[in-house]
Design a protein around this ligand. Structure first.
Ligand code: 1HE
Length: 274
């Protein structure tokens, strides 16, 4: 999968139909993430071209990302440190609470800020080589790209504390079991799986995709009564859209795909068109 153009020095961009394929391309530094890269990803995904309905975020090489470009942190003041971390929060929030779902392909090192970037994406597909670590502890720093907010909600505070205090590395199987990735595929199968999933996502009613990105994480932070009320509003908004009416009519007329179980074990369902 070769990039056709560039979003920034280290991010290649290719559009495949409704799917934007973003490729981290800094192999010599193991995709260490400088501020320009993080900003470019956030800016693109917050405001994608109108004909893009989903994105894939992948690496051109054997590692997803070795994390923050550590050369950016040397000799910075305390205040610059705050601004640097805040400079990650905004673009990663723009990805997570964006308008199009992002499927990431995780292989090799998914470390520190690389894991933080992955956690801001919505679907994570891992290859067997993927491993997850937070070496901030051994570098004398703390996470700064949102991991303390996003990761404990997935694996629990105690597991994240273990990763930071002891340098514990989680392998791809552990990552799947704990929910860091939703899928674990074979060696070199991540790109194809991500494109397949992004293609499925791109067929959805855009209002539903928007609701999943915007409402689900917010409802998860609300009390149950508030959450149920917002759910009702979101349900009404999505079912009131023209696309929802078409899709419901298709089903009732026997034209829609059916949902059947699949034995592949990767957690997906397949659709069968009658
Ligand atoms: C880097 C970085 C980086 C590699 N920033 N330059 N992340 C870390 O603490 C992880 C640091 N990296 C590693 O542990 C290893 O590089 C890897 C296990 C990922 C890969 O090892 P390897 O043997 O394949 O490569 P290498 O020889 O270690 O690295 C190749 C080059 O990339 C080398 O530069 P060179 O000029 O000597 O060739 C490395 O210095 C460079 N490199 N990783 C800068 N991260 C928002 S806050 C988030 C805070 C964090 O992310 S902390 C975790 C940082």
């Amino acid at each position: 999968m070769g990039g056709q153009s560039s979003l920034s020095e280290f991010v290649r961009y290719e559009q495949r139909g409704p799917i934007a394929v973003l490729t981290l391309d800094r192999p010599a530094k193991r995709n260490a993430l400088d501020t320009a890269t993080v900003l470019a990803l956030g800016a693109f995904l917050a405001d994608p071209p109108a004909d893009v309905a989903a994105a894939v975020l992948r690496s051109s090489s054997e590692h997803f990302s070795a994390g923050l470009d550590l050369s950016e942190l040397t000799h910075t003041s305390v205040f610059e440190g705050v601004l640097h971390s805040r400079g990650w929060h905004e673009p990663l929030n723009r990805i997570q609470l964006g308008t199009i779902p992002v499927v990431s392909v995780l292989r090799g090192a998914v470390i520190g800020g690389g894991l933080e970037l992955a956690l801001a994406t919505h679907i994570r597909v891992a290859e067997p080589s993927a491993y997850y670590a937070l070496p901030e502890g051994s570098r004398g720093i703390f996470v700064g790209g949102g991991a303390s907010v996003r990761l404990p909600r997935i694996i629990g505070v105690h597991r994240m504390a273990d990763m930071m205090l002891t340098g514990r590395v989680l392998d791809a199987s552990a990552g799947l079991e704990l929910g860091i990735s939703q899928y674990l595929v074979g060696h070199d199968e991540g790109d194809d799986k991500a494109i397949e999933l992004a293609g499925r996502i791109a067929e959805n009613n855009p209002v539903t995709n928007y609701a999943v990105l915007q409402a689900l994480p917010r409802i998860a932070e609300m009390g149950p009564n508030e959450g149920l009320f917002v759910e009702s509003l979101m349900a009404a908004i999505s079912q009131g859209s023209d696309r929802a009416k078409e899709l419901l009519d298709d089903f009732l007329a026997g034209r829609a795909a059916k949902v059947i179980a699949q034995e592949s074990g990767d957690g997906a369902t397949v659709r069968e068109t009658p």
